[in-house]
Every structure is written in structure tokens, then in C-alpha cells.
Write a protein of this length. Structure first.
Lengths: 122, 511
């Protein structure tokens, strides 16, 4: 169980980091979202994995740690708000800058392929 | 338990909400309310400073939950010092903005108050996760402030700033939950107590969490190599926003001091696992900041690099890792925040008077108020590079005097002196170009009224005040550093804390 959860977190984090390093804003935002999912899961399992424990204190012999559950709720709310904000911001940047590259300008392509095309046409 | 402690958080929150609700009353009311509230906040911070100066820690348990289970606010000398620094900065910047430089739109004032709420909360809280929450509050306000005014340049800088900080927040959460997973508590004093008596097998995990936190705070504080977002963001922001942002890097430095000395440094000072990183990173930050000031093409960009230089200097102070050095660093922190804010405002005024040349460091039309602006630029420049008689000189001298060994002196002295020399070169180049190498006629456009100039003069007067009252300020910052280097008192205060008896309990005892 621990290995499965750890693997899920690891895969989500690495996908998130990979997408965050992309050059268009949309993949970057999806990457940030994946990263925040991974982080939320990570916070949640820091209260240790256990089965068969009631979530309410006092209704059983033992109970899971309630603090990570409170933390993950806070983190989900904040992460959700920030994702909404960055989504709107990227749309705004797309409108202001005319493209969706994270640097706000299209990368300058080398002139060679265009020249080659031009020569072909000649 | 005094309710005064939570007022620095509640006052900006209520003001911000009120400003949002009263938006249609018109700008005059909004400005009066905003400046008035900031003035009240300054008074409140000064009252708290007086209380903290007694050296007794005051705790405020939210909801009367006793620590370490509930969240506590803690007022010590460091928190009070940061509150006073921030509220002074905010008051002056808001007066500057209220003189007609808060356009377009009316969103700058409420956003500033939400930023203040986040900042004050971050300074006062004694809980690591609560620190994260207040960081998010101040960050989301700062996103809005950075984008204030619109335009492609701000959209581009804002996108980088927001994405970087979101990644930083994710790292913050990972490190906080890692530390919670090992220590089982989030109260910083309690964490410190548990780290001190930790199993050797758990230490690597705790150190990993600690170093991840260093990455997060390094991003906020703009320590090399994580400072690349800063120059473009600060240069893109409007004048008053850039001036207010002078405090943002200092928040990173503050949390660095607070968290490491409290959680990992129960035996005094910064923990050993951090120390190998401090010297090289401080020197690289200082060097790259200096190169940036020399290479900058716009005045605002140059001032932004001066902020990086000040971060490098402060990091050198932290690397010395002694109470005396921390005291000198805190003095330098006060000085550099205020004087960098003055320079940002000055750059804003200069920019509005140069027509299409804006604040590019090239030959342009003469300024309408060349004499007074030039004089203030000279004074602020003298202070920021660390020449007598202003506060930068005192801060640097104090820092240099705190070296323990010749080896430290051989690194620190040349670094600080050379950085000073190169920043003098850079500032004299930009000053002489902007004020003397002029051509054409005075356009007279964008003549600044009395209020903006008086605000800049007030910042310079603060710098002069810091150097005239240097003895008492330094005494306070030294006492602050001593308090930070002896965190056992804090741990004791948390352990001795007794929640207020609730009326319910009282009824049960005496029916």
C-alpha cells in the first residue's frame, strides 16, 4: 500500500514537473495542477496510512491523525484558488501579448528552413 | 492574553473589505480611509514595539486553544521590529499613491491592505502551516498589485512571478508536511523542542525538510540562483507597488531567521546543515546583483538589482552566524528596505518627467525638477552604497565589526567594500546621465507636486534618523538578535502557557 501511494505521488510529481517546464502556458498550468494534486496526496499520507479506523475521535479504539486532513483541506482550497487565478492570468497574457508562450514572445526560428524553401521555389 | 496582538492582522483585513465595499463612494474617500488606516497601523505597531522591548514574549492563542494544539500568535522583538518597518513603508507608499499615482482603477488600495494583512500575519504567527497560509495571502495580493495597471510588460513579468511562486508554494507544502510527518507538530517552538531530542535515524528526513524550506525562502528572498524573476517583475510594477515590494525579499530573510533559529537552532544560531550553503550563495548573490546594477539599462531595473545586492549583504550577515552579526543585519535590513523604496519612488518621478526616454539610462530631455530630484537621488545613492553620514554606512561598518576571525574578515570586508565601490560606479553613471547629460528643452510634463517629493524626502530623513539614532536602534536590534539566539525562552513560554478559563468551565466548578 505504501509503495503504491508513494509511486502515485512520484509519477504525478514528475509529470507535473515535466509539464511545468514546457514552453506554452496551458501545459504549465496543467503541470501546476498535477503538482498540487501530488502535494495534497503527500500531505494526506503524512498522517500515516491505516485501514479500519473511524474518522471520528472517540468512536473507536484508535483514530487517524486529524491534523493532515485539516491541512489538506486548506491546501486544496488555496491550490484551487491559485489555479483559477493563473488560468485567468494566462488568458490575459495571451490577449495582451498575442501568443501563449511563457516568455510572451515566439521563439526566433533559425532562418535556414525558410531559405531552403525559398531556393526550392526558385 | 491581550487582543492587541491580533489587531495588526484584523485592521488591514477590515480596511481592505471596507475599501472594496465603498468603491463607489469615490477615490477621495478611499484614499482617506486607506491612508488613515495605515497611519493607525503604524501607531499600533509602535505600541507593540514598546511592549516587546521589555523582552517578554506575549502569546495570543486563537480560539483559546492552548499550544501546541492551536495556532498561536507570538509577539517578540523581531516581530515588532518587522511590523514597524512594514507599516512605516506602507504608510509612506500609500501617501505617495494617494497623491494621484494610484491609477488606473481603484484596486491598488484594497490590495495593499490585503498584502499588509498577509505580511503582519507572517510576522506574528508562531505556527509553520499558518505561516504558509499568510504567505499565500500576501502572495495573491502581490500578484494583483504586480499586474496593477495592465499592459504586456506586466502580463509577461506577472506570469513568471505567479508560476514561480506557485511552484514555491508546492515545495513549501511538501517540506511542511514532511516535517509534520516526522515531528508530529506544527508549532515552531514545539518543533524546535522535538528536533533537539530527535532520534538520529530521523535526522536526515528533518534536514531534507529544512533544506527544502531554504529553497522556498530563497525564492522569496531572491537569493542566487533564484533571483531572476525579481528585476523584470520590479521594473514592470508601478512606482508605489515596486516601493512596497522592497519589503517582499525581506520577508524571505525574516522567515529564514525565524524558522531556522527557532525550529533547528535550539542551541543558538543557524543549524549546521545550512551553513555550508550560506557563504557561497551570499557571495554569488552579491556579485550578480552588483553586475546587474552595472549592466542595467533602466533606472528601475538598476534599483531592482540594488535590492538583490542588499539581499546578498544580509545573507553575508546571516552567514557570520553570531548574535552580533544578526543585530547588525537587522539594522541593515531596516535601512535597505526604506532606502530602496525611496529609490523606486524617485525612479517613478524621474520616469514621468522624461517623456519617451522614460527611465532608460541614456541622454534625454532635462527634468522639470532637476535640482531637487538630483539632490534626493544623490542623498539616496550615498545611503544605499554605504557612504557616511547616512544609515548604509553605519549598517555596513557594524556588519564588518562583527567578524570573529581573520578568515571571515578576509572574505567579508573585500566583498562588502568592492560591492560598495561598484554600486557607486553604477549609480554615478546613471545619475550623471539622467541629470546632467541632457539635450533639448524642459518639457515640464509630469511635474511632481509637493506630496510625492515630501514622501521621498521622508524616506531619506528616515535613513538620516537611523544614523542619528543609530545607538538606540542598534541596541534594539542587538537585543532582538540575542532573543532570537536564545529560543529556549520561547519554548518555555509555550510550555507555561495556560488558556483563559472559559465561562462554561467556571459554571461547572461553581454551580
Amino acid at each position: 500500500m505504501e509503495i503504491l501511494v508513494a509511486a502515485v505521488i512520484a509519477v504525478m510529481t514528475s509529470c507535473g514537473v515535466y509539464l511545468m517546464l514546457r514552453s506554452r502556458t496551458f501545459p504549465v498550468i496543467v503541470g501546476l495542477t498535477l503538482l498540487s494534486y501530488a502535494v495534497n496526496l503527500f500531505i494526506f499520507v503524512m498522517g500515516r496510512l491505516s485501514t479500519g479506523n473511524p474518522a471520528v475521535i472517540g468512536s473507536g479504539e484508535s483514530y487517524p491523525d486529524p491534523v493532515p486532513q485539516a491541512l489538506v483541506l486548506t491546501a486544496i482550497v488555496i491550490g484551487f484558488a491559485m489555479t483559477a487565478f493563473v488560468l485567468v492570468l494566462s488568458l490575459r497574457a495571451r490577449a495582451e501579448l498575442g501568443n501563449d508562450h511563457v516568455d510572451g514572445r515566439e521563439p526566433v526560428r533559425s532562418a535556414k528552413p525558410a531559405d531552403a524553401d525559398g531556393e526550392k521555389r526558385k | 492574553m491581550s487582543h492587541l496582538l491580533i489587531l495588526p492582522i484584523l485592521l488591514p483585513l477590515l480596511t481592505g473589505i471596507l475599501l472594496l465595499l465603498c468603491a463607489r463612494w469615490g477615490m477621495r474617500w478611499a484614499r482617506a480611509l486607506s491612508v488613515g488606516s495605515a497611519a493607525l497601523l503604524l501607531v499600533l505597531s509602535l505600541v507593540l514595539l514598546r511592549r516587546a522591548d521589555g523582552g517578554i514574549l506575549e502569546l495570543y492563542a486563537l480560539g483559546n486553544w492552548s499550544p501546541p494544539f492551536g495556532i498561536v500568535l507570538v509577539l517578540d522583538r523581531l516581530a515588532a521590529l518587522m511590523l514597524v518597518m512594514t507599516s512605516t513603508l506602507a504608510l509612506l507608499c500609500l501617501i505617495y499613491a494617494a497623491s494621484g499615482r494610484d491609477g488606473p482603477g481603484d484596486s491598488l488600495h484594497p490590495l495593499t491592505h490585503f498584502l499588509l494583512m498577509g505580511l503582519n500575519g507572517a510576522f506574528l504567527t508562531g505556527d509553520l502551516f499558518n505561516l504558509f497560509v499568510f504567505f499565500e495571502v500576501l502572495l495573491i495580493a502581490s500578484y494583483g498589485m504586480l499586474l496593477h495597471g495592465g499592459g504586456p510588460e506586466r502580463a509577461r513579468a506577472g506570469l513568471h512571478y505567479v508560476i514561480l511562486n506557485l511552484a514555491g508554494s508546492a515545495l513549501f507544502l511538501i517540506s511542511v508536511s514532511l516535517l509534520y510527518g516526522v515531528l508530529g507538530t506544527l508549532n515552531m517552538a514545539d518543533m524546535g523542542r522535538k528536533v533537539a531530542s530527535l532520534d538520529a535515524a530521523d535526522l536526515p528526513l528533518v534536514h531534507t525538510g529544512g533544506l527544502l524550506l531554504f529553497l522556498v525562502f530563497g525564492l522569496k528572498a531572491a537569493i542566487a540562483p533564484l533571483y531572476f524573476w525579481l528585476p523584470s517583475a520590479y521594473a514592470a510594477a508601478t512606482g508605489p507597488v515596486a516601493a512596497l515590494f522592497a519589503v517582499m525579499t525581506k520577508v524571505g530573510i525574516y522567515t529564514l531567521v525565524r524558522v531556522y533559529c527557532q525550529v533547528f537552532g535550539l542551541d543558538g544560531g543557524l543549524p549546521e546543515f545550512l551553513q555550508p550553503w550560506l557563504w557561497p550563495l551570499a557571495l554569488i548573490t552579491l556579485a550578480l546583483g552588483v553586475v546587474g546594477t552595472l549592466a542595467a539599462r533602466q533606472l528601475r531595473q538598476q534599483v531592482a538589482y540594488l535590492v538583490v545586492v542588499s539581499v546578498g549583504t544580509l545573507m553575508l550577515g546571516l552567514a557570520l552566524n553570531s548574535a552580533a552579526a544578526l543585530g547588525a543585519s537587522l539594522y541593515y535590513l531596516l535601512h535597505s528596505t526604506w532606502i530602496c523604496a525611496a529609490l523606486f519612488l524617485l525612479a517613478d518621478v524621474v520616469r514621468s518627467q522624461r517623456g519617451p526616454a522614460e527611465d532608460s539610462i541614456v541622454q534625454g530631455p532635462p527634468l522639470a525638477q532637476s535640482a531637487i530630484l538630483g539632490l534626493m537621488f544623490f542623498a539616496a545613492g550615498v545611503s544605499v552604497v554605504g557612504m557616511p553620514p547616512l544609515s548604509g554606512f553605519i549598517g555596513k561598518i557594524a556588519l564588518m565589526q562583527t567578524v570573529d576571525s581573520t578568515a571571515q574578515a578576509m572574505v567579508l570586508w573585500p566583498a562588502l567594500l568592492l560591492a560598495g565601490l561598484f554600486t557607486i560606479t553604477a549609480l554615478s553613471r546613471s545619475g550623471s546621465t539622467l541629470f546632467w547629460r541632457t539635450q533639448g528643452a524642459v518639457t515640464g510634463a509630469g511635474r511632481a507636486g509637493a506630496v510625492p517629493l515630501l514622501v521621498i524626502a521622508a524616506f531619506i530623513a528616515l535613513s538620516l534618523g537611523l544614523s542619528l539614532g543609530g545607538h538606540s536602534v542598534m541596541a534594539y536590534t542587538r537585543a532582538t538578535a540575542e532573543q532570537i539566539f536564545h529560543p529556549q525562552a520561547y519554548v518555555q513560554a509555550i510550555q507555561d502557557f495556560r488558556p483563559l478559563p472559559s465561562p462554561h468551565d467556571a459554571q461547572e466548578v461553581h454551580p
